[in-house]
Write a protein that binds this ligand. Sequence first.
Ligand code: ADP
Ligand code: MG
Length: 258
Amino acid sequence: MTATNTRNIVLHVADVHRHFGGLRALSDIDLQVEEGKTHAIIGPNGAGKSTLLNVVIGRLPPTSGAVIFDGQILTGKAPHEINQIGIARVFQTPEIFPDLPVLHNVMAPAFSKRDGAFRINLFQRLDTERAVREEAESLLQDVGLFERRNTNAGALSRGDKRRLELAMCLIQHPRLLLLDEPTAGMSRHDTNTTIELLQKIKQRGMTKLIIEHDMHVVFSLADRISVLAQGRIIAEGLPDEIRGDPRVHEAYLGGAIQ
Ligand code: ADP
Ligand code: MG
């Protein structure tokens, strides 16, 4: 790629509508997420954020429109196929193995990805295991859980479980990481720790789509923000543009922003 101004769009939600009976949960959604960026979707409760996320990960088919990832149409694919293609979601349902040590929890997703590897010879297998272990240890350093690598995951606090889940996602090297209200239900202290962690992860350059209604979190992390209200994108731009946009303030007036 030589052109410096060409935006490489990795995820394109193209003219998506989603109705539930007579309720228009999403209308005319057009969203483009640029490779390597952190793109946030904000909006008051009931705006359609979870519906949009569920459409992207294949849990809900759109009523019309399409989701395109890296040139491939995702619409109609099952959630596990979409995950295999490179979209991982964290923070809503921690799916850890409580009876396994933290380190093994982080190693496990790498092996399930590399399934076929077990059919190759023993030396290659040992090499693979060593490489996976080293990467898992390095990720545990990043998320601040290295000291707890031999503890069973079930014994971790709620905040630590989320950090573990993030490491389990990162070892899969997803092309797009979806963060679903990463600080929901957290204290201010845990929220700030999570923001710091996500800022650190941001330096890896992985593309992220973050759904969040806490403005503080969004403005600390996002490169670009889309504002959803009543199922429509009412504003989109850089954080500074969104911060001063009267439509955004209006959308939140009386809304259940926390
Ligand atoms: P947000 O995540 O922004 O709070 P949602 O996407 O959960 O918003 O909801 C958007 C609208 O769609 C709301 O009015 C909600 O009641 C409605 N909705 C969401 N899921 C369903 C569903 N499965 N069946 C019917 N209505 C739904
Ligand atoms: Mg929601």
